[in-house]
Design a protein around this ligand. Structure first.
Ligand code: GLV
Ligand code: MG
Length: 353
């Protein structure tokens, strides 16, 4: 028997006085998790404008923050969290990984000061459920000690080979689990992939079309580049969906290639992801576009729902067969569009919602 808590105990707070765990992650539009380096004062000054523009603001304390700025980043995050009202924009932080010298202070200092403002703590380099259990217990103790009234959720980055092997157990580890993000940079290193990129494809990874069959040996053969992340994204989406939590693409590092960024985001969206990270303001626009359903798709999905009011049977629309299963796909799109419309008046207008 695997060591899991009983159904009743699973939803019991892990510390006396900690808030009741959520039964499901709260409904929220999270098309982009916008990363900012909180130790930079100029960036902190832009937070009020950013709150209006993005779905989630994440104060990054981990990779990309120099070792000698780790404390300044933590303090900068506490300062920006205290100084601003975030409304329905999410406030997240990415703490340092659990085996680092900074993680414990990140967790204790942030929860004890701004725990009531923090929605989600992103945990990097998660290898298995034990990492989630540790943070789960610690958060409950801190929530109880500091009068935190809503549970702080955990979002794990899938970025080690061991983490991928344990992905279902990670998703199932706690009712605090909000979702997972793909971490293609660390995962590439952990897997021994021969790349030097942060996400995206690689020109060498693909399939060469068969040679011509008419005997002409020198006819050029087309090379079709493939998505290096297809397997991992699919695996992550299945694990998240089966556990009722959310899947996200992660970073795309080449800011000079918005087309490739859009293509990577779109693959993730079509495969089931709900959002992505944005590391640069230009990626916020791309993410908004890609992770808001396409207005034409929304219109077509609405036609399916209208044509099959009780969701059963079969109808033809524009020569395409619709049945209970396409009705369910249409429901996914219309539900997402309705949720996005609540946050984004521009899209609400485009969707006619
Ligand atoms: C993100 O943290 C990554 O490693 O890609
Ligand atoms: Mg990483």
């Amino acid at each position: 028997m695997t060591a899991v808590r009983t159904p009743r105990a699973f939803f019991t707070p892990l510390a006396i006085g900690a808030p009741e765990p959520y039964r499901a992650p709260p409904v929220a539009t999270e098309r982009m998790i916008h990363f900012i380096p909180p130790h930079i004062e100029k960036i902190r000054a832009k937070i009020p404008a950013l709150i209006k523009d993005v779905d989630v603001i994440l104060g990054n304390l981990e990779d990309a923050i120099p070792a000698d700025a780790k404390e300044a980043a933590r303090n900068g995050f506490i300062e920006l969290a205290s100084a601003n009202d975030f409304g329905d924009t999410g406030l997240w932080t990415r703490i340092n990984c659990l085996n680092s010298p900074w993680a414990l202070d990140d967790i204790i200092k942030i929860v004890s000061t701004v725990g009531n403002k923090l929605d989600v703590m992103m945990l990097p380099k998660v290898e298995g459920p034990w990492d989630v259990h540790y943070l789960d217990q610690l958060l409950a103790q801190l929530e109880a000690a500091h009068g935190i009234t809503k549970p702080i959720q955990i979002h794990a980055i899938l970025e080690t080979a061991e983490g991928v092997a344990n992905v279902e157990a990670i998703c199932a580890a706690s009712p605090r689990m909000h979702g997972l993000s793909l971490g293609p940079a660390d995962l590439a290193a952990s897997r021994g992939m021969k790349t030097t990129r942060v996400g995206g494809g690689h020109p060498g990874y693909g399939v060469l079309a068969d040679p011509a069959t008419d005997g002409s040996t020198d006819a050029p053969r087309t090379f079709y580049q493939q998505d290096l992340w297809h397997y991992t994204v699919a695996r992550m989406v299945d694990a998240c969906q089966m556990h009722g939590i959310k899947a996200f693409y992660g970073p795309f590092g080449d800011f000079s290639d918005p087309d490739a960024c859009r293509a990577q985001f779109l693959n993730a969206f079509l495969q089931g992801c709900l959002g992505t990270w944005s590391l640069h303001p230009s990626q916020v626009t791309i993410a908004k576009d890609v992770f808001s359903p396409d207005p034409d798709e929304v219109t077509f999905a609405k036609r399916i729902l209208e044509a099959m009011p009780d969701g059963t049977g079969a109808v033809m629309i524009d020569g395409k067969m619709q049945d209970d299963a396409t009705w369910k796909q249409a429901r996914v799109i219309v539900d997402l569009a309705t949720q996005v419309a609540r946050k984004d008046p521009e899209r609400a207008e485009l969707y006619g919602l």
